[in-house]
Design a protein around this ligand. Structure first.
Ligand code: LP5
Ligand code: MN
Length: 245
């Protein structure tokens, strides 16, 4: 009985070492799990479900093979794959969850999310997020041919690249008040998220109640997996193969 959580892989054809580690994880580890939760930023950037490049198809086929073998796969969109939608899910058999939701993890209620919505001090990012999540804008964007969308994304990315350099690390971390608000909104004492690339377990006490926040790691220099057995949470790393880049 194992449930796995991953996030922030930032898969891209430019990083075959990450893809190789992901494929190994899917075929040798996830295949034996009860469920796999992908908490956003699976891709470096997902332009839309009409991406028919060989790379996108390769990732699709990994998920398809996993769900066909009976493993339940759930996906929460990140700030880099908020355009991953119903078509990708239908083609792979995975289930798209809402941005913030609770799950029953071996009898324990847990709130799961990507984590970007917890960073409310990053006002510029939250404004940007509000814009790109407007349903009418996404509706329009989804009707543009893929190669044009790709160019638009590349242009926006290069325009805002410098912006992040000027933000403090504090601003780009979660806001503790927002963490507590979400925990109390969902009546839970455990939260799992990614996004900040600061893998850790945070324990805190509020009005005599103990809370835990587990942060998943990114896959920039190694794989990062949260492995859960009944009531046992292990945040682990997976090495990249030395010669796969
Ligand atoms: O992922 P990470 O850690 O690197 O950075 C995030 C935040 N950055 C982003 C940016 C996206 O990855 C790039 C998006 C390109 C999108 C193209 C959209 C095409 C239109 C789609 C329409 C449906 O998410 C970063 C955070 C960081 O996490 C930590 O939390 O700080 O935020 C930024 O850097 C964002 C800037 O601060 C916002 C700058 C505003 C620029 C306004 C451009 C408006 C473009 C509108 C497009 C229609
Ligand atoms: Mn993110």
């Amino acid at each position: 009985m194992t449930t796995l959580f991953i996030s922030d892989l930032h898969l891209t054809p430019a990083r075959p070492d990450i893809t190789e580690c992901f494929v190994t994880f899917m075929r040798s580890e996830a295949i034996h799990a009860d469920a796999l939760y992908v908490l956003g930023d699976l891709f470096e950037f997902w332009v839309g479900d009409d991406d028919r490049t060989p790379f996108a198809d390769q990732i699709r086929s990994e998920f398809k093979a996993l769900t066909r073998s009976g493993v339940s796969v759930f996906f929460i969109q990140g700030n880099r794959d908020f355009l991953l939608g119903k078509r990708f899910c239908k083609e792979t058999g995975i289930t798209l969850l809402s941005d913030v939701c609770t799950i029953d993890l071996y009898g324990r209620k847990v709130v799961i999310l990507h984590g970007d919505t917890l960073c409310i001090d990053d006002v510029k990012y939250q404004e940007f997020r509000k814009t790109v999540h407007k349903p009418w804008l996404q509706w329009l964007f989804n009707r543009i041919p893929w190669f044009i969308k790709k160019r638009i994304v590349t242009k926006v990315q290069s325009d805002i690249r410098d912006d992040k350099q000027h933000k403090s690390l504090d601003i780009m971390d979660v806001n503790q008040g927002e963490v507590e608000r979400v925990l109390s909104q969902f009546h839970v004492n455990l939260m799992i998220h990614g996004h900040t690339h600061r893998p850790n377990r945070h324990y805190f006490d509020k009005n005599g109640v103990e809370y835990t926040r587990i942060v998943l790691g990114d896959w920039y220099t190694q794989g990062s997996v949260l492995k859960v057995h009944a009531n046992e949470f292990n945040l682990q790393t997976r090495p990249f193969k030395k010669d796969s880049n």
